[in-house]
Design a protein around this ligand. Structure first.
Ligand code: PHE
Length: 342
């Protein structure tokens, strides 16, 4: 009897090594444990004919063998199903969601490329700034009414001594980089600087407290207002198409003189007048002007040696126009139904 059990065990081990998939496992299971013909089942059926001594002698080993076969097969089944989940090519795969750049970042890259093509460098600057670089160095002294032009987040933190200026602010524009950049670079140069700016604004469909902005400036000998007008007209045509027109109207920014506000012809009504352009046919999109001699002096340049122009615009405002979007707040809400359209 012991021999029979031993043989059965060997045979089972041999069969086990041949199991490759679920169906061969099922066959082996039936062969040994099948309810009618299973080899182990048959032995158990035979048990009732055994003598008491035989039962005593082999009953335990038979039980043991049955338990072992059951356990081994259960384990094999488990590893097989795990393996199957991994290799089963018929299970439809979960399609990974592929992300993409935010529409404002896309537009920013596009505009960077346009300026890059004109020979501009692309640089970044700090978002937390001293009021010196954000205002004072730009000909906006403390207590000057021009400070009211930009609602500012003043920060309630100790000022590190090495920094000129009394307060820390969240930069309200990237014009803060004019003096910072000019202190370190010798003209001629042309540079654009994209990034976030912060305004303490009441929010509505066209105002955000945080938005993407792009500053640019060009300094050298004999850089002219005409150079500025051409550059901005060229860039707007590249962004919005050849049919778009630009115009500059006199304006006021303390750090440029003369200063101008830049308009493009309304893309929605093609200049005929609509609610987007408030019936004027024109939409204001940037500020610009010839860099004030006081700003050039604050940067350490000799009086009269260089001239330059500067400009700044909100990228969200441009994106609103380019994609005809009714509300600027959509850009910050991160609603995928909106973002997936770009
Ligand atoms: N910094 C100005 C603003 O944020 C824009 C500007 C930049 C105007 C450079 C003139 C020159 O409104």
């Amino acid at each position: 009897m012991l021999d029979t059990l031993k043989k059965l065990q060997n045979e089972f081990e041999h069969d086990l090594s041949n199991i490759a998939d679920g169906s061969s496992l099922q066959n082996i299971k039936t062969k040994y444990l099948g309810r009618k013909e299973g080899l182990i089942t048959l032995l158990f059926e035979d048990l009732k004919n055994w003598s008491i001594e035989k039962k005593k002698e082999f009953g335990g080993s038979l039980n043991e063998l049955k338990r072992k076969i059951e356990e081994t097969l259960a384990e094999k089944e488990k590893t097989l199903t795990e393996k199957n989940v991994f290799v089963d090519l018929s299970i439809p795969a979960i399609k990974p969601e592929v992300g993409h750049m935010h529409p404002i970042s896309q537009l920013q890259k596009e505009i960077e490329d346009i300026f890059f093509g004109l020979g501009f460098d692309v640089q970044l600057g700090p978002e937390i700034e001293s009021d010196y670089y954000n205002f004072e160095a730009l000909n906006i002294p403390e207590d000057h009414p021009a400070r009211d032009m930009q609602d500012t987040f003043y920060m309630d933190i100790e000022h590190p001594k090495k920094h000129p200026g009394k307060n820390i602010v969240l930069r309200t524009h990237i014009s803060n980089m004019q003096v910072r950049y000019m202190e370190k670079h010798k003209p001629p140069f042309s540079v654009v600087l994209p990034g976030r700016v912060f305004r303490n604004e009441s929010l509505d469909a066209s105002h955000e407290h945080t938005y993407q902005y792009m500053e640019g400036f060009v300094v050298g000998k004999n850089v002219s207002y005409a150079n500025m007008a051409w550059t901005l007209d060229y860039v707007m045509k590249e962004v919005f198409g050849k049919d778009v027109q630009t115009k500059l109207l006199p304006s006021y920014f303390p750090f440029v003189e003369p200063a101008a506000e830049g308009f493009i012809s309304c893309l929605v009504c093609k200049g005929k007048g609509c609610s987007v352009c408030k019936q004027t046919g024109w939409v204001e999109v940037f500020g610009c002007g010839m860099i004030h001699q006081k700003v050039l002096a604050a940067s350490g340049y000799k009086q009269g040696e260089y001239t330059g122009f500067a400009f700044g615009f909100g990228l969200s405002r441009l994106a609103l126009m380019k994609y005809s979007i009714p509300d600027i707040r959509l850009f910050a809400e991160n609603d995928l139904r909106f973002l997936n359209q770009f």
